[in-house]
Design a protein around this ligand. Structure first.
Ligand code: SF4
Ligand code: SF4
Length: 439
């Protein structure tokens, strides 16, 4: 049977064998917890605690700073040690709340919840908003906004993005194997919000065990089905998964809702499950700690705020000094130089490699082979866009749809001349977006 897919894409080495067969392990933080007030797209959260105050696990410590924003919760009990700028994974200094962990993990009493059937649409959305849930696949967009499109009756697809196409990452894979019921019950919340929709759990076909398990679990669910996607990067990118599942296309000026779709990744849907069925805010996430430099690569369930050093320690430390550390996967992640940073709501992986293939590459002139065009899932001409970007030819860049690039990295990956196409295009896009924001 033909597998669902999209045009373009690549097949990089996936490195998933390093961590995929080990169960998720819980990490109890030992040191201070650092909660940046900007862990999402939108206005920073505003602290509602003061230095010296005692806080409990699950207590709100910062409230949303605007409509597009998200509150932040303590993930341990302890004392607020400071509210000050702290270094985050991007290298920026971000205002943060620092909590000294008392090691007791005393919890608040979570609000009583009604059964899903008795909850109204507004109550569900409010619960998700209040829980501080944001897109945990990396985007960090507040989830309650995604769940509140202008015309909810026009949503006919809820897509659980279970592709996990990024190499090395296995957190969604383990979650699907270990907690499939939470994923399915989480999806039922979305179906309650979108009464005309059916849900598709879209999984790459390199995870046949997850496909079978979830098919069995949903065999009596008339509105939920499981679909196998062809394994190909970037199958899990929003536009590509929408196209693969529905045949509908969206561009950079459209939202998935414009194509009748709501898309969320596995961790986000499970966070919605905890918020709606248990009244719990977003306090932890699964992080894949992996790479050939790590002694015992595996997935950890991590309390947000936990220092990256502690994750490396939990994974047995380094067996060989890494030459490159990436936050996220090798395709969409970014290099980091300091592990003294906290785990945030959007931190999916810590990849530690003993070789840096990219920095060893010497770029040469384009040989017009066309491989970048063939690989581009957005149907662009990356070689040309990179030229426009490098020479700051803004009008040409825009008129040749440069803003439609999803920064997937496929063009750089296939280029035999080792041109840093994605990097050039990304820089120009960033500049254009900043200009647009400025008005
Ligand atoms: S131009 Fe953008 S979308 Fe196309 S392959 Fe390169 S990075 Fe991906
Ligand atoms: S893949 Fe590289 S060498 Fe080939 S056309 Fe694109 S930019 Fe030129």
């Amino acid at each position: 049977m033909a597998k669902l897919t999209f045009k373009g894409g690549i097949h990089p080495y996936d490195g998933k064998e390093l961590s995929k067969d080990k169960p998720i392990k819980a990490v109890l933080p030992k040191g201070d917890l650092v909660y940046p007030l900007s862990q999402h797209i939108g206005a920073p959260a505003k602290p509602i605690v003061e230095k010296g105050e005692h806080v409990l696990t699950g207590q709100k410590i910062a409230e949303a700073g605007g409509f597009v924003s998200a509150p932040v919760y303590a993930t341990v009990s302890g004392t607020v040690k400071a509210i000050e700028p702290r270094r985050v994974v991007t290298g920026d200094n971000v205002m943060s709340i620092v909590v000294e962990n008392d090691g007791r993990y005393e919890e608040v009493k979570y609000p009583k919840v009604k059964p899903l059937e008795e909850m109204t649409r507004d109550e569900i959305i409010e619960r998700v908003r209040e829980a501080g849930i944001v897109g945990m696949g990396g985007a960090g967009f507040p989830t309650f906004i995604k769940l509140s499109p202008k015309e909810p009756e026009k949503i006919d697809y809820v897509i659980a993005n279970c592709a996990e196409c990024e190499p090395y990452l296995t957190s969604d894979y383990r979650r699907m194997l270990e907690e499939p019921e939470k994923l399915v019950d989480g999806i039922k919340v979305y179906l309650k919000l979108f009464e005309n929709a059916r849900a598709i759990l879209a999984i790459e076909d390199n995870k046949p065990d997850c496909i079978e398990l979830l098919k069995n679990l949903t065999k009596d669910e008339t509105r939920i089905s499981v679909k196998a996607l062809k394994t190909k990067y970037p199958q899990g990118a929003e536009r590509q998964i929408i196209y693969a599942v529905t045949g509908r296309s969206i561009n950079s000026s459209m939202l998935p809702a414009d194509a009748g779709c709501v898309v969320n990744n596995v961790d986000t849907i499970v966070a919605v499950y905890h918020a709606v069925y248990e009244g719990k805010p977003l306090m932890n996430r699964i992080v894949t700690v992996t790479g050939d430099a790590v002694a015992d690569p595996r997935n950890f369930i991590v309390r947000i705020g936990t220092n990256y050093h502690e994750l490396i320690e939990e994974a047995g430390g380094f067996k060989q000094e890494p030459v490159k550390i990436i936050s996220g996967g090798p395709m969409m992640g970014f290099g980091i130089f300091n592990l003294d940073v906290p785990t945030t709501k959007t931190a999916s992986a810590l990849l530690c490699l003993t070789q840096d293939d990219v920095s060893r590459m010497e770029p040469s002139a384009c040989i017009n082979c066309g491989r970048c065009v063939e690989a581009c899932p957005s149907r662009l001409v990356p070689s040309m866009l990179a030229d426009y970007a490098e020479y700051y030819e803004e009008e040409e860049f825009l008129s040749h749809d440069g803003m439609e690039c999803c920064e997937c990295g496929c063009c750089s990956f296939v280029c035999p001349a080792k041109r840093s196409l994605t990097q050039s295009i990304k820089s120009m896009r960033k500049m254009q977006l900043a200009k647009k924001k400025k008005g």
